[in-house]
Ligand binder design. Structure first.
Ligand code: FPP
Length: 250
């Protein structure tokens, strides 16, 4: 039986975050340039967005470019920016009723990428079936620093008392304030770290690491990740007995 056939469709994660790693190694293994790995990766992203929407996943948030990625060779950075510009196709979002969002330090992006990105964001804002959020020029440390400054500003202006600051205040100051925390985080490419991605938001997220390089991550690989997630017990700091009781009272 395939993983897809074994899924419990009543327990599909609402939000999946993905670290799309392994494009460069995929290309190298095939004797191709790194850029070709990113092109293949963009196609996998398109397919994954479609599969996730079909399965009923409401939010998919992918790490496409970190603040640290700006230090990669110019040729690779320029290639990735050109790819972004080319692949930001409003038609795909409108035809599939997918809302497109971006999180990150977007002021650093080339103007033409930013313009197309903002156009896709505003035009797709009313779409309902799912939300694809792309983290671009993003890192958690950048985001948390920005949130801290926003909150400090509110305190300074007398709009917020220090005692009133709660974890909700921080949630609301993050770029991700419009989405629930991820239920499942998938990292492809064999590394087992979070690389400065959604560190606050993943406090209780189930982590799934696989060796598959991102361009090879297909529908069955996605279903395997979701199936593995469904086998886990999410306790959010409680005991198994408490969780069992809560489930029986539902
Ligand atoms: C990590 O693989 C991947 C990236 C830094 C870029 C991911 C970007 C895409 C998949 C394209 C996104 C396109 C759109 C339209 C959002 P790596 O290069 O670090 O791989 P390696 O670890 O094997 O070298």
């Amino acid at each position: 039986m395939t993983y897809k056939e074994q899924l419990d469709y009543n327990r599909i994660p609402q939000h999946i975050a993905i670290i799309m790693d392994g494009n460069g190694r995929w290309a190298k293994a095939k004797g191709k340039q790194r850029g070709e790995g990113h092109i293949a990766g963009a196609s996998t992203l398109h397919d994954t967005m479609m599969h996730a929407a079909q399965l009923g996943v409401k939010y998919v948030t992918v790490y496409a470019f970190s603040t640290e990625n700006w230090t990669r060779p110019d040729e690779e950075v320029n290639g990735l920016m050109a790819l972004l510009f080319e692949k930001l196709d409003l038609g795909i979002f409108m035809d599939n009723d997918i809302r497109f969002c971006v999180i990150g330090d977007t002021d650093r992006l080339p103007e033409k990428v930013r313009e197309r990105m903002n156009y896709c964001i505003s035009q797709s804002a009313g779409n309902q079936r799912g939300t694809l959020t792309v983290a671009l020029s993003y890192s958690s440390k950048w985001e948390l620093t920005r949130a801290t400054k926003l909150i400090a500003e509110q305190v300074k202006e007398g709009k917020l008392a220090i005692d009133e600051i709660t974890d909700k205040t921080i949630d609301e100051a993050l770029c991700t304030s419009f989405m629930p925390d991820p239920d499942l985080l998938i990292r492809t490419g064999g590394e087992t770290r979070l690389s400065n991605y959604l560190l606050w938001q993943c406090a209780y997220t189930e982590l799934y690491f696989c060796d598959t390089y991102w361009p090879d991550f297909d529908e069955e690989a996605l279903c395997k990740a979701i199936y593995t997630f469904q086998q886990r017990e999410r306790r959010f700091g409680k005991t198994s007995e408490q969780i069992a009781e809560e489930n029986s009272n539902r």
